[in-house]
Design a protein around this ligand. Structure first.
Ligand code: DX5
Ligand code: ZN
Length: 238
């Protein structure tokens, strides 16, 4: 089995990856839906964990992650939208999470939480909500593997893209260059054929998409179209 998650994250700077979000998939047929999105070019599986406290919705926990681990070889990118991430990080890693991201807004001791994720051998990400400035991350950017910029308020799939995310992505790319850092930039929320070019041109490299992949039609075809549009946009990047 290829250990995708072990590759140095920025071995391929500028590499565009699609992370289909299973939040919008048919939960009764998750393995089939993931297979289809993978055939369409998905290289990470984005798993939204919600607890009904940090966000007003409830989804899944470690037992489902454990089953997903058997259903795909792709890295599982677990986005924790939960009030007390420290309490559950070990459970998610044990269940098979490869990448774990925590919200800046949910972590009182963000440095410690990120170090903890890394100490367990997982890839550590930090997430910011639409109202949270990039500057709040300045002291942790050197210990994260990726930064996830929310382009909707977290909690639900199928919401409208919030344009303020674009300048945050651009800013993160600038800071990375100036400080010589290595994190990758992921974007999540409202990503579809009409928004993907803009975020990619700003510097987003990992594109989370739920509704655009699993909403209607064939996930494979949807993923292919989205990735093609994104890659074409990189060629126009200024
Ligand atoms: C929202 C989740 C997203 C969601 C995105 O809180 O974090 O990952 O699945 O869904 P779309 O792509 O439909 O906006
Ligand atoms: Zn997400």
């Amino acid at each position: 089995m290829i250990e995708f998650h072990k590759y140095p994250l920025r071995e391929n700077p500028g590499l565009i990856e699609l992370a289909p979000s299973i939040l919008s998939a048919d939960f009764a047929h998750l393995a089939d839906q993931i297979r289809s999105a993978t055939e369409g070019g998905g290289t990470l599986v984005h798993v939204d964990i919600m607890d009904g406290h940090f966000v007003p919705n409830i989804t899944i926990g470690p037992p489902v992650v454990k089953s997903l681990r058997k259903a795909t070889q792709l890295p599982l990118d677990c986005h924790l939208m939960i009030a007390n991430p420290d309490q559950y990080i070990t459970d998610f890693v044990d269940a098979g999470a490869d990448w774990i991201s925590v919200h800046q807004e949910a972590c009182r001791h963000l440095n410690r939480t990120l170090q903890h994720i890394r100490s367990l051998g997982a890839i550590a990400g930090v997430v910011i909500n639409p109202a949270t400035p990039v500057e709040t991350l300045s002291e942790v950017l050197d210990i994260v593997d990726y930064v996830l910029v929310m382009s909707v308020n977290p909690g639900f799939g199928g919401q409208k893209f919030i344009p303020g995310a674009v300048h945050k992505i651009r800013r993160l790319a600038e800071i990375r260059a100036v400080r010589g850092l290595n994190y990758r930039i992921e974007v999540d929320g409202g990503i579809g054929l009409n928004t993907v070019a803009e975020v990619v041109r700003a510097g987003a490299e990992i594109l989370v998409a739920g509704n655009a992949v699993f909403g209607q039609g064939d996930p494979k075809v949807n993923a292919q179209k989205l990735l093609k549009t994104a890659i074409e946009a990189t060629l126009q990047k200024v």
